[in-house]
Design a protein around this ligand. Structure first.
Ligand code: HEM
Ligand SMILES: *[C@@H]1O[C@H](CO)[C@@H](O)[C@H](O)[C@H]1NC(C)=O
Ligand SMILES: *[C@@H]1O[C@H](CO)[C@@H](O)[C@H](O)[C@H]1NC(C)=O
Length: 499
């Protein structure tokens, strides 16, 4: 036998052995739930209950919905899943959900997201950190989001409206709504979280917008590194794996640094998130923020704030364009309330619009921008009523979108019907069946702000324009399988008609 053949045969047997070892390992890991007497959905090798990444058909939210529906058909109140070899716990029953997110929250304080404070301080933000550090920071930041503070920032939002209106005026038909509204919310968050004047980010190619988009477009290599780092966080930290590239984090760090320096030198102050963070930094008593922590928080306000809200506005406008009657009913309410307020969009006026609330609630039901969230168990949790334990370190999935499409709570779930959220119907439903902002002590901290900017944008647009669906929008909508935030494949295109 020639040397070459011997080498080939040897290599072949090594490869085969490695594959056999991996498969055996995964099979062994896939016994996790049966050993713990928790029902589970049968996993495949090697992806577990995930979709084969090479032929993904569903967005992650709808994939989890399929798993949830399967569990529900089997009459399960909860079940075990596997993401590759890693066991994940899926909550189905609303009482379990209430206990995990609220009553027994102290067992599930963490999200279990990878971050690396040492080599990547911008990743150590409120969304990612856990334990007592999260608790301290959350307590510090909560006063930043009261209704008093929202009212203070309202004029800054109104400043950004005129740019939005100019853009609609320019484009008129076949408007890429997501892009249009993404610019609007970038302006607002850039303004409130970084203290930039929205006119300075007006141009299509402003660095702020470019870097803002870059954060959401991750290279394959980084995605792979992040997936590995989330499964093995200590290894990730050891090798200094970063979540945010240094180019991006330097950009945001410099903006914050310059803004702080400018404000401190010129004794300048403005009612915005940035100022509230600066005040926290300068606080002397107890725990104050350092520069890196300020940068991380303004960064997460930006990330969590602009895409979610522009997504909400986009899907709302789409449904209004499809349902003319609902659009007209809403417009009547807008006219009626604005008239009471001298034709001006005011904080009080916005909050008087009841039907607007219902429309946005229904839109967030049908299109929750964040289709699921996770918790990580931080100390063993004996599930009450059942002889089973969720172990420390296990990740839990809260299936937001799946709950929102459950026929038990929402008959005819694909129908857009704002009446589901009138007072009477709302009262009759378990509140845990509607959680677009999450639930419990880790609920979205920016909910008020997100709703406020969504309302301001919609009112401004509907006051001046009627919207219709442009044929470029695919019908029915398909949700992109590549993006975590819910988004329509091919975009949403609308035509506007000046009133
Ligand atoms: C319509 C708009 C928005 C939606 C649908 C949304 C949704 C969510 C959801 C589902 C969570 C996870 C909650 C949980 O785990 O229970 C979250 C967390 C968070 N959101 Fe929002 N969000 C929106 C707007 C905003 C805005 C405008 C900001 C900031 C200005 C913001 C900042 C945050 C932060 C910092 C967290 C982490 C909270 C923590 O872990 O303590 N969000 N959001
Ligand atoms: C800064 O402005 C505040 C009020 O706007 C004033 O009370 C304070 O004395 C000023 N400080 C300096 C150093 O000018
Ligand atoms: C929820 O938690 C409470 C108290 O911890 C417990 O009494 C109750 O049985 C739990 N409910 C379910 C459905 O597990």
């Amino acid at each position: 036998m020639s040397l070459v053949a011997a080498i080939v045969i040897n290599l072949f047997s090594i490869v085969v052995s490695v594959v056999v070892v991996i498969i055996t390992y995964i099979k062994w890991r896939h016994q996790y739930w049966s050993r713990r007497r928790i029902p589970f959905l049968v996993p495949s090798i090697p992806f577990g209950n995930l979709q084969n990444p090479a032929k993904k058909r569903y967005s992650i939210g709808f994939h989890i919905k399929n798993l949830y529906d399967e569990a529900k058909r089997k009459g399960l109140k909860h079940c075990g899943l596997y993401f590759f070899a890693s066991p994940i716990y899926l909550v189905v029953d609303l009482d379990y959900l209430k206990n995990i997110t609220t009553k027994d929250f102290q067992h599930f304080v963490d999200r279990g997201m990878y971050y690396n404070e040492k080599s990547d301080p911008i990743s150590a933000h409120l969304f990612a950190i856990g334990g007592s550090r999260w608790k301290n920071l959350r307590t510090k930041l909560t006063p930043t989001f009261t209704s008093g503070k929202m009212k203070m920032m309202f004029p800054t939002l109104i400043e950004c409206v005129s740019l939005l209106m100019e853009a609609v005026e320019r484009e008129q038909v076949q408007i890429d709504v997501k892009e249009l509204l993404g610019r609007f919310t970038t302006d607002i968050i850039g303004s409130c979280a970084f203290g930039l004047d929205c006119n300075s980010i007006k141009e299509e190619n402003s660095p702020f917008r470019i870097y803002g988009k870059k954060v959401f477009t991750s290279s394959r290599m980084r995605t792979l590194k992040m997936t590995l780092a989330s499964s093995f966080p200590n290894l990730g930290r050891l090798f200094g794996v970063r979540q945010v590239s240094s180019e991006i984090s330097n950009f945001f760090r410099n903006i914050v640094k310059e803004t702080i320096e400018y404000r401190e030198k010129n004794n300048f102050s403005r009612p915005d998130f940035m100022q509230l963070l600066i005040d926290l930094k300068n606080e002397n008593k107890g725990y104050s923020l350092n520069l890196d922590e300020v940068v991380a928080q303004s960064f997460i306000f930006f990330l969590a704030g602009f895409e979610t809200s522009s997504t909400t506005m986009t899907f709302t406008l789409y449904e209004l364009a499809k349902n003319e009657e609902i659009q007209e009913t809403l417009r009547k309410e807008i006219f009626r309330v604005l008239q009471k307020h001298d034709g001006k969009i005011t904080y009080e006026g916005i909050n008087e619009m009841k039907y607007l609330n219902q429309v946005i609630d229904e839109s967030l039901r049908k299109y929750p921008p964040v289709p699921f969230v996770t918790r990580t168990c931080v100390k063993d949790y004996k599930i009450p009523d059942v002889d089973a334990v969720i172990q420390k370190g296990r990740r839990v999935i809260v299936p937001i979108l799946a709950l929102h499409y459950d026929e038990e709570y929402y008959p005819d779930p694909y129908k857009f019907d704002p009446d589901r959220f009138n007072e009477e119907n709302k009262q009759m439903r378990n509140p845990y069946a509607y959680i677009p902002f999450g639930e419990g002590p880790r609920i979205c901290i920016g909910m008020r702000f997100g709703l406020m900017q969504t309302k301001v944008g919609l009112v401004a647009l509907l006051q001046k324009y009627r919207f219709k669906v442009n044929p470029r929008t695919s019908d029915p909508l398909r949700m992109s399988s590549n993006s975590f935030i819910l988004s329509a494949e091919g975009g949403i295109w609308l035509d506007s008609e000046k009133l």
